[in-house]
Design a protein around this ligand. Structure first.
Ligand code: NAP
Length: 308
């Protein structure tokens, strides 16, 4: 069985950048990914703030990064990590397929996943009109009406993306001011087929009459309690991210929200274990800061390996 110096959990910008840097420093690296390479980046229609690249699609950026990591020699397997043992000098991870991999270094770069609304109908209609990825599923709603929930960069980007495909897009935000950046919110104003519902939250998602797919989104005014029904075929939930670190909680220090506690050096509470990208405590979660973390984690991991 192949042996590795480092196991990287996650093939988003942090994990793949760490793989490039580790391989270039001569350390044999295995990347384990549960879903698709690129992580959240792959779900982003257009990236406009990655330095020097102008406008680039999230899929293109993800593919370039994946290819670069492979060209540098990293082994990438699509087999998610289900458990890990991180306290011994030789760490081990077990994957969905039941394989066990060991290495002296583990870099956790598993990102964060989309938060759920928790309203009636969401779970029942997931995949039947309720979606968490506009770029993946938007194409199903050509000429139809969709509702986007949220007020951050993702929600506004999703609304703008869907406005190119759908006849009508409703954007539902719980406050009267967006969290999203000004360039995006200014772009919203230019789109005639986006209707914004401020100070509103979804109360329930209902199936279309006689069908098992979305037909109505019932929203509630947060001040008056009044409800309004929006007739729509698709709902895109974009209310932020949450970490997925429960499997590490017994061995690593996490903050109250579940992010891995680490400083800018990406070191965690366990020697030889590093955290990079959205999964760790940090002020700014962006592709460029995730990639930066990947480089730093690889540098620190290399120092750790060299000192053994
Ligand atoms: P986010 O910035 O955390 O925004 C989440 C939005 O959902 C907020 O507007 C929040 O409302 C709302 N929300 C949260 N819980 C809710 C609930 N239960 N019901 C209704 N609304 C709820 O998340 P994000 O937009 O997914 O972005 C995640 C990170 O990626 C951010 O750091 C973001 O800047 C970054 N990102 C950057 C870009 C870019 O730079 N182009 C693109 C995408 C994402 P409040 O505003 O009231 O809290």
């Amino acid at each position: 069985m192949q042996t590795y110096d480092a196991i990287i959990i996650g093939a988003g910008p942090a994990g793949l950048t760490a793989a490039i840097y580790l391989e270039r420093a001569g350390w044999r690296t295995l990347v384990l990914e549960e879903y698709v390479y690129g992580g959240q980046m792959a779900n982003t229609p257009e990236v406009e703030n990655y330095p020097a690249l102008g406008k680039v699609s999230g899929v293109e950026l993800s593919t370039n990064l994946y290819n670069q990591a492979v060209e540098q020699g990293a082994t990438i397997e699509f087999d998610g990590v289900v458990s890990a043992s991180l306290t011994a000098v030789e760490k081990s991870v077990t994957t969905q397929s039941g394989r066990v991999h060991t290495a002296p270094v583990v870099v956790i770069a598993n990102g964060a996943k989309r938060r759920k609304l928790g309203v009636p109908g969401e779970q029942e209609l997931a995949g039947r009109g309720v979606s968490y990825c506009a770029t993946c599923d938007g194409g199903f709603y050509k000429g139809k009406t969709t509702v986007v929930i949220g007020g951050g960069n993702t929600a506004v980007e999703d609304a703008l993306y869907l406005a190119n495909i759908c006849e009508q897009v409703h954007l539902v935000h719980r406050r009267d001011a967006f969290r999203a950046g000004k360039i995006l919110t200014d772009a919203l104003k230019k789109r005639e087929n986006i209707q914004i519902h401020y100070n509103a939250v979804p109360a329930e998602i209902l199936a279309a009459e006689g069908k098992k797919t979305v037909g109505t989104v019932r929203i509630r005014d947060v001040h008056t309690g009044e409800t309004t029904d929006i007739s729509a075929q698709g709902v895109f939930v974009a209310i932020g991210l949450e970490p997925d670190n429960r499997k590490f909680a017994e061995e690593l220090d996490l903050d109250t929200a579940g992010y891995i506690l680490s400083g800018e050096d990406c070191k965690t509470s366990q020697p030889g274990v590093f955290a990079a990208g959205d999964t760790r405590t940090k002020a700014l979660r962006q592709i460029v800061t995730a990639a930066g973390d990947g480089a730093v984690a690889a540098f620190e991991a290399g120092n750790y390996l060299a000192a053994r």
